[in-house]
Structure formats: structure tokens, C-alpha cells
Design a binder for this molecule. Structure first.
Ligand SMILES: [Fe+2]
Length: 201
């Protein structure tokens, strides 16, 4: 019997490999969470448990050299991922469209979502206290499966309908922006800090 694997879903997991930059970015996020009043107001009004710059700041790489360094790293990394995805970009490169920070407090989570208007999305993790919430990716075909039986609990990883990743500080995850994911509830202590981003064509 010959069995092919069709339509793979790529999830890239690497380490930033620069602990000093991770520490610098974490420091920057804590300052933003203290000083970005518009962002703090947005979080309060929208019931965000902690702080995100998502709705208030769209120029972090111009504002802070640590984010400019990160952008340079991500530009290269995303270009490699685009190659792994075999995208035909017509001679153009994917461009950073948005980059925002998240400081999630205990009890916080982020429901299932996709990142519209983007090609590649990802997250860099900066601080992850124990129990602070893994990220879970969902099989994009789930809505088509109707009468399909569940998979065995010990099914090979690529055959499972959900993939949960517990990152470490410095972990960078990349995926195609249509891939639905959620952040599981933060049941630990301390703040879970990450930087998320979208690249468009
Ligand atoms: Fe997301």
C-alpha cells in the first residue's frame, strides 16, 4: 500500500538564540505596560486581563531599537518560512504588517482566532511562568469532518486534530495566518509576556 500525505500544515518552532535581546524586549514590554495610557484604557474597556499594545501602538520597531533588532531577525526568518511553504511571491518579499506585545495576567486567555489580512503570523515568547498557558493549534479541516471518528489518543502527532505547544522564553513560532489557534488559560502566577506579529504579501 502506498499512502501519500497531502496538504500539510507547517508550524515552525525555533529559538531566537539571543537571550540578551529577549531580556531587553521583556524590559521594554514592562515599560509599555506601565506607560502606554491609551493601551491601558483599551485593555480596561475591552476586558483584556493585562496589557496589549494591539490597539494603541503600530510603530514599535521605530520607537525602540530592541524591536528594530527583532524585526530584522523576523524578516529573515519569515522569508525562510515562506520558502518552506513554497509560496510564489512573484519576486516580492513578505512584509511586516503589524507587531504588538502582550502581557497576560493570571486568569487570562485568548479564545480561538485567525489573523485576517495576513500571510504568515507568529509569536515570540519572552516570559512564561509555570502554568501560564500553552498555545493550541486546530486542524483546519475540523469543520469538514462531520462523521469522521476521533483519533486515537496516541495517534502520531501529525494525525491529531489539535497540537498544543508549550513554548520557552526565546521560542519563535510561525504559521500560516489562516490557522486557528487559542491561548489556554493562564493558571499560574506572574505575567506571561509575548510579542506577536503579522506579515503580509
Ligand atoms: Fe493569535
Amino acid at each position: 500500500m502506498t499512502t501519500a500525505t497531502l496538504f500539510p500544515t507547517l508550524l515552525d518552532q525555533t529559538s531566537l538564540g539571543n537571550d540578551a535581546l529577549v531580556a531587553e524586549l521583556e524590559h521594554s514590554v514592562r515599560i509599555l505596560a506601565r506607560d502606554d495610557m491609551a493601551g491601558r484604557r483599551w485593555c480596561r474597556e475591552h476586558g483584556y486581563r493585562g496589557y496589549t499594545s494591539y490597539a494603541s501602538l503600530d510603530d514599535l520597531p521605530r520607537r525602540d531599537p530592541a524591536f528594530a533588532d527583532l524585526k530584522r531577525h523576523l524578516d529573515r526568518h519569515v522569508a525562510q518560512f515562506a520558502e518552506a511553504c513554497a509560496f510564489d511571491l512573484g519576486g516580492r518579499r513578505l512584509k511586516l504588517d503589524s507587531l504588538w506585545v502582550n502581557l497576560l495576567k493570571p486568569g487570562g486567555h485568548h479564545g480561538a482566532h485567525i489573523h485576517p489580512h495576513s500571510v504568515v503570523s507568529g509569536t515570540l515568547y519572552l516570559a512564561l511562568p509555570d502554568g501560564s498557558g500553552a498555545i493550541r493549534f486546530e486542524d483546519p479541516r475540523l469543520g469538514l469532518m462531520m462523521a469522521a471518528p476521533p483519533r486515537l489518543a496516541d495517534a502520531p502527532e501529525a494525525m491529531r486534530n489539535f497540537r498544543t505547544v508549550t513554548p520557552e522564553p526565546g521560542t519563535v513560532l510561525l504559521w500560516e495566518s489562516w490557522l486557528r489557534h487559542d491561548v489556554l488559560p493562564h493558571t499560574g502566577k506572574g505575567e506571561r509576556i509575548s510579542v506577536s506579529f503579522n506579515y503580509r504579501w
